[in-house]
Ligand binder design. Structure first.
Ligand SMILES: *[C@@H]1O[C@H](CO)[C@@H](O)[C@H](O)[C@H]1NC(C)=O
Ligand SMILES: *[C@@H]1O[C@H](CO)[C@@H](O)[C@H](O)[C@H]1NC(C)=O
Ligand SMILES: *[C@@H]1O[C@H](CO)[C@@H](O)[C@H](O)[C@H]1NC(C)=O
Ligand SMILES: *[C@@H]1O[C@H](CO)[C@@H](O)[C@H](O)[C@H]1NC(C)=O
Ligand SMILES: *[C@@H]1O[C@H](CO)[C@@H](O)[C@H](O)[C@H]1NC(C)=O
Ligand SMILES: *[C@@H]1O[C@H](CO)[C@@H](O)[C@H](O)[C@H]1NC(C)=O
Ligand SMILES: *[C@@H]1O[C@H](CO)[C@@H](O)[C@H](O)[C@H]1NC(C)=O
Ligand SMILES: *[C@@H]1O[C@H](CO)[C@@H](O)[C@H](O)[C@H]1NC(C)=O
Ligand SMILES: *[C@@H]1O[C@H](CO)[C@@H](O)[C@H](O)[C@H]1NC(C)=O
Ligand SMILES: *[C@@H]1O[C@H](CO)[C@@H](O)[C@H](O)[C@H]1NC(C)=O
Length: 532
């Protein structure tokens, strides 16, 4: 059981705040009709495959990474799904004489301190390392389409099928759910993988050839899994005139033999890019309106995909492309962004988001191995940094806890149109109101130290049939962030996950209010309300 510490006044005294009078937000006590059921693994991970063995461990599991995945399972009853592939997927060859992998990696630059390998050669045991994942983890893996070498796709798929049929993996219930054929193929003409005549029709033709080989060679037509991922484009034209789900459906991809195995359409999305080293402001990332405009652009695509009975995921995503922006992607403010972004994506029909991670990337939730050079500019660190989390990990914790272990949690956004920085979501279990999340995304950064921190005061106006009853009490849990640009020192309900083994530490700290009382929320804060 949780230990209960009631200390709201201490908290308010520590931070000088300016408080507005309370305003009401409507909260239905029963789930609105059509509220989507949210996956307990809504926040999942995509791993750049060039350094996969370091993530998962070789002769023994990487226990730090394992524990961080297990924390989320403890909260939600489900491990995050793991997608392995991405840019290096299209630069990977297979050689049976290699044990795990051999990488050729370009030079470090201040803009790209942890570059991904440009040539990756993998062998059989590379895939078998999936046995080091937690039990019953769902996996999807990419094969190479970019280099137009059918042998690579064929041998890679055969090796992963063989690995996932091995007792080391089957005995733990770890499954290969999907194979992805090619990463961000819409970019092939701009990244040199194809010439200027590359278009959706050529893509569908080549995808069908490669996916057809992989499917026939591995007899996928008669197996329950894996099935195939469709799309995995970097962008969407949102219509049939460019690369988009609409375009490939119109070109008949689903009517091809391998296309009949597509169960999920994957879309990649970043809010912008750091590829050219351009700086960006943390408040811009956290902004409530741009989170919504970034994602709502995909609503038409999502409806089209669901119209075909297929699932839709953001199969590779994070704040800013090219591994994140320094002092933005690696901060506590980015945790608020990731939480609002993920929950909002859930309300528009995405069933999972796979946050992209690579060794030393600025936007990681998890740094799974010791780092010896700065993630910000590649300079040597005076002291190596042991494996650690970055603040965004707390967004996965909060989402997992808010969704919970019911397996039947519905979620809706609370309408708060007049508040440009306040977002809210309610969670229903078996149709009944259980929890709410409030996110105040106004950034309070370290240069504002000593200036008053603004605070909003929110009252809930419970709506719905009187027969459904009303909550009496609310337990309040806070994500405590000193400054939005902090890169550590964040606590959730007084507890920290910034521990050597990645396990949560410290007593839980909650406040209890009656259901009629207003809930305070400072700028740069998340509050979870549990109703009872
Ligand atoms: C094609 O792929 C196979 C298997 O990955 C590899 O051995 C071979 O070198 C590749 N061919 C070229 C031209 O890269
Ligand atoms: C890396 O692969 C590319 C083709 O993808 C090839 O042209 C290049 O020679 C390789 N580099 C090395 C160092 O092997
Ligand atoms: C592009 O490549 C395709 C396929 O290899 C070829 O048929 C076409 O002629 C090329 N187009 C140009 C403009 O080079
Ligand atoms: C798939 O491609 C590989 C490599 O070219 C070839 O050896 C194999 O026979 C093909 N399998 C099928 C089923 O087409
Ligand atoms: C398709 O979308 C693009 C923007 O992505 C737009 O420029 C174009 O006009 C649209 N075409 C049609 C036919 O709607
Ligand atoms: C997406 O968000 C970024 C801020 O992170 C913003 O600069 C950009 O304009 C947004 N794009 C859209 C289409 O809303
Ligand atoms: C990031 O923050 C660090 C520590 O405050 C600072 O030294 C560095 O100059 C900043 N880097 C950029 C690119 O803003
Ligand atoms: C940092 O150095 C240690 C010790 O040499 C090594 O084990 C580790 O892999 C290095 N980290 C990275 C990311 O290369
Ligand atoms: C609560 O909601 C009801 C129904 O929408 C509305 O009539 C009432 O004015 C609201 N109360 C407050 C205090 O906002
Ligand atoms: C929040 O963090 C600050 C600074 O680390 C600390 O002084 C304060 O007690 C914390 N508040 C709560 C409620 O944990």
């Amino acid at each position: 059981m949780f230990s209960l510490i009631i200390a709201p006044l201490v908290y308010l005294a520590v931070h000088q705040t300016t408080s507005a009078s309370a305003f009401y937000v409507p909260v239905p006590v029963v789930a609105p009709a059509g509220a989507p059921i949210i996956s307990p693994s809504l926040i999942s991970f995509s791993i750049e495959q060039d350094r996969w063995p370091e993530w998962v461990g070789t002769t023994t599991p990487n226990q730090y990474f394992y524990n961080l995945l297990d924390n989320l399972n403890i909260l939600s009853g489900s491990y995050p799904w793991i997608r392995i592939g991405a840019n290096s997927e299209d630069h990977t060859k297979y050689d049976p004489s290699v044990e795990y992998n051999v990488d050729i990696t370009p030079a470090v630059t201040p803009t790209v301190p942890y570059p991904e390998a440009t040539n990756i050669t993998v062998g059989p045991a590379y895939y078998t390392l999936a046995a080091n994942l937690p039990p019953s983890t769902h996996v999807w893996w990419g094969v190479n389409l970019g280099q137009y070498n059918l042998s690579s796709a064929y041998y890679e798929s055969m090796a992963m099928m063989s690995a996932f049929a091995s007792p080391a993996i089957t005995s733990k219930g770890i499954t290969l759910d999907f194979i992805e054929v090619g990463n961000e193929a819409d970019l092939y003409s701009s990244n040199g993988a194809r010439n200027s005549s590359w278009n959706p029709a050529e893509y569908v033709s080549e995808w069908t050839q490669f996916a057809g080989n992989v499917s026939a060679a591995n007899n996928l037509y008669s197996l329950t899994n894996p099935k195939l991922i469709g799309g995995a484009f970097a962008n969407s034209a949102y219509n049939a005139s460019g690369f988009s789900p609409e375009a490939i459906f119109d070109l008949g991809i689903l009517d091809t033999a391998p296309g009949s195995l597509i169960r999920t359409i994957s879309q990649h999305h970043y809010s912008g890019s750091f590829c050219a080293g351009s700086a960006s402001a943390l408040q811009d990332l956290m902004d409530k309106a741009t989170i919504r405009s970034n994602l709502s652009a995909f609503i038409g695509d999502i409806e089209t995909v669901k119209g075909y009975g297929l699932d839709y995921v953001f199969g590779e995503t994070n704040s800013y492309a090219c591994h994140g922006a320094p002092n933005v992607s690696n901060t506590a403010g980015a945790a608020l962004w990731a939480l609002d972004y993920s929950l909002y994506a859930g309300t528009i029909g995405a069933s999972r988001l796979f946050f992209h991670e690579g060794i030393g990337y600025k936007y990681n939730f998890i740094q799974p191995v010791t780092l010896n050079t700065s993630i910000l500019d590649g300079t040597p660190l005076a002291t190596p940094l042991p494996p650690h989390i970055q603040p965004q990990y707390y967004s996965a914790v909060i989402a997992a806890e808010a969704i919970g272990r019911s397996g039947n949690t519905q979620m809706v956004e609370i309408s708060i149109p007049d508040q440009p920085y306040l977002a809210g979501y309610t969670f229903y279990v078996d149709g009944a109101l259980e929890r709410a999340i409030l996110i105040n995304s106004e950034s309070y950064i370290s240069t504002e130290a000593g200036t008053p921190r603004t605070e909003l005061s929110v009252s809930f106006n419970f709506t719905g049939p009187a027969t459904a009853g009303r909550p009496s009490f609310m337990d309040i849990k806070r994500l405590n962030i000193t400054y939005a640009d902090d890169t550590s020192g964040v606590t959730w309900g007084g507890q920290t996950y910034e521990t050597p083994d990645g396990r949560v530490s410290g007593p839980v700290s909650l406040e209890t209010l009656t259901a009629g009382q207003a809930v305070s929320i400072q700028e740069t804060e998340v509050v979870m309300v549990s109703f009872r």
